[in-house]
Ligand binder design. Structure first.
Ligand code: HPA
Length: 272
C-alpha cells in the first residue's frame, strides 16, 4: 500500500464523519485563512506520513479540517517546493492523500510575480492555464492506474466551473480578479529580465515556484482544480523594486485579506 493510503487512514481515524470534499492549499503568507476555520481536527505535517516539513518562512506545515464560514474544508497550510530540495513525490503524496480522503475539488493559492503591469503587487489573479517550464513532471514513473490514466488530458487543468464560481465570488465581494497564465519555475533564484521577456512572449502572465505539480497530480486523480495567485511583485526587470522574499511576504499579506474574503464567500455560496 502506498504511503498516501496510510496517511489518509491516519487522518480518517481522527475524524468523526466523512472528510470534506473540498481542499485548499495555502501559499506564502496566506496561512491566516487556516486560523479562521472552526477546526474538527488538526495535524502537523510531521505526524503525516509522506508529508514535507517546510523549511521556508510563511509556510507552517499544518493541516486543519473543519468549517470555514459554514462550508467544510481541508486546509493545507504549507507545501513542498522543489527549491527546498524536496523530491517532487512529496507533492504527489499530499495531493494523493487528499484524493484517498475523497476530495473532489482542490483550490490552490500561491504568491506570484506578475508580468501584467495592471496586476500590481497586492492584487489577485485567477489562473486560467499554466506553462510547465521546469521539465519536471510529478507523474513521471510507473502510473498508478487507481488514480488516473497514463496520459492525462490537461485541456481544462483549471476547471471552467471552478473558475466561473471563483469569479462570481470575487464579484460579490467587489474584489478585482485579474486573469492569467501561470508559468512554473523551480527557483530559488528569481528570474532574469531576459527570462521574463521570454516568458511574456510565450504567453505567461504570472511566474512562480509552486502550484503546477499539485495541479497535474490533482487533474490526474480526477479532481477539479482552481487557483488564485496573490501578486507579490512585478516580475524581474519590470519595476525598480529589488526582488526579495520579505517583499513577497508583505505584499502577499495585502492580497491575502481580499483572497480570504473571496474564499469565505466561495465555500458558502458553492457548497460541495
Ligand atoms: N518569481 C518567481 N516566483 C515568485 C515571484 C517571482 O517574481 N514572486 C513570488 N513568487
Amino acid at each position: 500500500m502506498a504511503i498516501y493510503h496510510d496517511c489518509a487512514d491516519h487522518i480518517r481515524e481522527k475524524l468523526a464523519g466523512e472528510p470534506p470534499k473540498r481542499a485548499f492549499i495555502l501559499g506564502s503568507g496566506l496561512g491566516d485563512l487556516a486560523d479562521a476555520i472552526e477546526a474538527e481536527a488538526e495535524f502537523s505535517y510531521g505526524e503525516l506520513p509522506g508529508f514535507p516539513v517546510p523549511t521556508v518562512e510563511g509556510h507552517a506545515g499544518r493541516m486543519v479540517i473543519g468549517r470555514l464560514n459554514g462550508g467544510r474544508v481541508i486546509c493545507l497550510q504549507g507545501r513542498a517546493h522543489l527549491y527546498e530540495g524536496h523530491p517532487v513525490e512529496l507533492v504527489t503524496n499530499i495531493v494523493r492523500t487528499l484524493s484517498c480522503l475523497g476530495v473532489q475539488e482542490l483550490i490552490i493559492t500561491n504568491a506570484a510575480g506578475s508580468m501584467n503591469v495592471e496586476a500590481v503587487p497586492g492584487s489577485l489573479m485567477l489562473i486560467t492555464d499554466h506553462i510547465n517550464y521546469t521539465g519536471i513532471n510529478p507523474l513521471i514513473g510507473a502510473n498508478d492506474d487507481d488514480f488516473g490514466p497514463r496520459f492525462p488530458d490537461m485541456t481544462h487543468a483549471y476547471h471552467p466551473d471552478v473558475q466561473a464560481a471563483l469569479k462570481s465570488s470575487a464579484g460579490a465581494c467587489e474584489v478585482t480578479l485579474h486573469e492569467g497564465v501561470y508559468l512554473w519555475v523551480t527557483g530559488p533564484s528569481f528570474e532574469t529580465p531576459a527570462e521574463i521577456r521570454a516568458f511574456i512572449a510565450m504567453g505567461a502572465t504570472a511566474v512562480g515556484m509552486s502550484t503546477v505539480p499539485e495541479c497535474i497530480v490533482a487533474v490526474h486523480a480526477g479532481m477539479k482544480v482552481g487557483c488564485i495567485s496573490t501578486v507579490t511583485n512585478l516580475a524581474a526587470g519590470m519595476s525598480a523594486v529589488p526582488l526579495t522574499h520579505e517583499e513577497t511576504l508583505s505584499e502577499a499579506a495585502k492580497g491575502a485579506r481580499d483572497l480570504q474574503k473571496i474564499l469565505k464567500h466561495y465555500v458558502a455560496a458553492h457548497p460541495l
